[in-house]
Design a protein around this ligand. Structure first.
Ligand code: ASP
Length: 439
C-alpha cells in the first residue's frame, strides 16, 4: 500500500500543528510521500507565509529595504524549528534567498520558498529524503505544465526512495527557473506525485473534515459528504465549493486513484472520499449544492432563428473575439441566452453587443444583470423521479423566481438561475427539501 499525503498551510502553521502531522504520518507506514504547503495562518487575522513572501519580494523588486519583512518570515520558520527541538539551521538558505531577491529572481521564485523551506523542515523532522520540486516538476516555456516529462522524471526518482518530502506549489521552466502553480497549487503537486508513484490513495489533509453538502456560511451546520465522484466534485468546485484546487483532480483521475480529504485537527474523522465511480448510493438524492453570484444574461432574439444555420456560432464568435468565456447557453425557437460572468463582461459589454449585431444581425438584444447560478449536483438524480419538481416547488414556496433552468445531459446536475438577492434563500430552500425534510 502506498499513500501520498498532502498537508495544507493551516496543518503546518506552527510547531504544534507539525506535531499533529508527524503523528498522522507515523501512524501509518504506507504514508511514504509527503507534500507540504507553506505555513498558513495560526489564527484568523494572521498572514500566510506565501503572502509575506509576495509582500517581501514586492519591496525588493521596487528597490525598498526588505530586511525587516524577510526577518519576520525567518521568525515563522525558526518558531517551528525551535518548537520541534530540531538541530537545523536555515541561515545559508536565507542568505541565498536574500541574494536572489536582490537579483530579482522573480515573484514565483519568491513565493515558492514558502513550500521549499517547509519541506526542508518536514524532511528533517521525519527523517525523510528531501526532493526539491524544481528538479522533478516541469513546465514548458509558455508556462503550461509538462505532464509527460514530469511523470517520467518524478516516477524514476521516487522509485529509488523509500520515503520522501516533495514541497508543493512549484516546479521549473526548461531553463531551471522556478514557476508556481496558481494559488492553492500544492493540491496539484500532491495529485501529480500520487500519479507518479501509482499510489493507492491520495490523502489531502486540511482543516475541515471533507466536503459539506452546502456552504456553511449559508446553511447552519450542513451535513458532510462521505463519498463523491470526480465528476460531481468537478461540477461543485466549478460552482464555488472550495476545499481542493480545481486542477488537482486531473492527474489522479487519469489513474483512478481516490482522494481522501481529511482533517489534521480531527484525524479520526473519515472525511470525504473522492472516487471515479461507486455503487454506494448517496444518503440523499443530491450530493451537494453550490453556486455563484454575479452573472449577466445576454438575451438575443431573432425571428426564425431556428432555421438559420450557423446563428449560434456567430453569436458565440462575438464573445470569443472579446475574450469572454460563456457559462451556459439555453435557447428557444427564436431566442438564445448567453450567461457570462458580470465582472468579465461589464467593461466590454458595448463591444460585445456591436460584435453580435455585426456578426449575426439579431432583432433585439437585452441584458439582465445581477444573476446567480446554483448547481444542484448528484449521481442519485438519474434514478430518481421528480427531482426537478421538488426543486421548483421548494423555490416557489420560498418565493424565489427561477430565471433559467439547465439540466446537463449527464443528469448529474441541474443548474438554476435566480436573482443575486434570492441566492441564499434558494440554497436554503433546496437544502431543506432534500436534506432536512427528505420528502
Ligand atoms: N502556499 C500556496 C498558497 O498559499 C500554495 C498552497 O498552499 O497550496 O497559495
Amino acid at each position: 500500500m502506498k499513500k501520498v499525503v498532502k498537508f495544507g498551510g493551516s496543518s503546518l502553521a506552527s510547531a504544534e500543528q507539525f506535531k499533529k502531522v508527524g503523528d498522522i504520518i507515523r501512524a501509518d507506514e504506507s504514508r511514504r510521500f509527503v507534500v507540504p504547503s507553506a505555513p498558513g495562518k495560526r489564527f484568523s487575522n494572521d498572514t500566510k507565509v506565501t503572502d509575506m513572501l509576495y509582500q517581501c519580494y514586492n519591496a525588493a523588486e521596487s528597490g525598498r529595504d526588505f530586511s525587516e519583512l524577510l526577518s519576520k518570515i525567518k521568525d515563522r520558520y525558526y518558531e517551528i524549528i525551535k518548537g520541534l527541538s530540531l538541530d537545523l539551521s536555515l541561515e545559508d538558505e536565507f542568505k541565498t534567498i536574500e541574494k536572489s531577491f536582490k537579483e530579482k529572481a522573480g515573484k514565483d521564485y519568491a513565493a515558492s520558498r514558502g513550500e521549499y523551506l517547509n519541506g526542508i523542515i518536514m524532511a528533517n523532522y521525519l527523517g525523510y529524503e528531501f526532493i526539491d520540486s524544481a528538479t522533478v516538476i516541469f513546465f514548458d516555456e509558455d508556462g503550461s505544465f509538462n505532464a509527460e516529462k514530469t511523470n517520467a522524471v518524478l516516477s524514476a526518482k521516487l522509485s529509488t526512495c523509500e520515503n520522501a518530502v516533495i514541497p508543493g506549489f512549484y516546479g521549473a521552466y526548461p531553463d531551471g527557473s522556478v514557476k508556481t502553480f496558481s494559488r492553492g497549487g500544492s493540491d496539484i503537486t500532491g495529485s501529480i506525485v500520487a500519479k507518479a508513484i501509482k499510489a493507492d490513495l491520495y490523502e489531502n489533509w486540511t482543516d475541515v473534515s471533507g466536503f459539506l453538502i452546502a456552504d456553511p456560511r449559508i446553511i447552519n451546520n450542513p451535513e458532510g459528504i462521505t463519498t463523491i465522484t470526480y465528476r460531481e466534485l468537478r461540477e461543485l468546485s466549478y460552482m464555488g465549493a472550495t476545499v481542493l484546487h480545481e486542477d488537482a483532480i486531473f492527474p489522479v483521475r487519469q489513474e483512478g486513484i481516490p482522494i481522501n480529504i481529511r482533517n489534521t485537527n480531527a484525524p479520526d474523522d473519515a472525511g470525504t472520499m473522492i472516487v471515479e465511480s461507486t455503487c454506494k448510493q448517496p444518503k440523499y438524492t443530491i450530493t451537494g449544492i453550490a453556486g455563484k453570484k454575479g452573472f449577466v444574461a445576454v438575451n438575443i432574439e431573432k425571428d426564425k432563428m431556428n432555421s438559420e444555420i450557423g446563428f449560434g456560432r456567430k453569436v458565440l464568435q462575438a464573445f470569443e473575439e472579446n475574450d469572454i468565456s460563456f457559462e451556459h447557453v439555453p435557447s428557444g425557437i427564436d431566442t438564445m441566452t448567453v450567461f457570462v460572468h458580470q465582472p468579465e463582461f461589464e467593461g466590454k459589454e458595448q463591444q460585445v453587443l456591436s460584435a453580435i449585431h455585426r456578426l449575426s444581425h439579431p432583432d433585439t438584444i437585452e441584458l439582465e444583470s445581477d444573476l446567480a447560478l446554483i448547481a444542484v449536483v448528484g449521481r442519485g438524480m438519474r434514478q430518481t423521479r421528480g427531482t426537478a419538481g421538488r426543486i421548483f416547488s421548494a423555490l416557489a414556496h420560498a418565493n424565489v423566481n427561477v430565471k433559467m433552468i439547465d439540466q446537463g445531459s449527464s443528469e448529474l446536475n441541474i443548474i438554476i438561475g435566480v436573482s443575486n438577492k434570492d441566492f441564499e434563500t434558494a440554497i436554503k430552500a433546496i437544502y431543506d427539501i432534500f436534506v432536512l425534510v427528505q420528502i
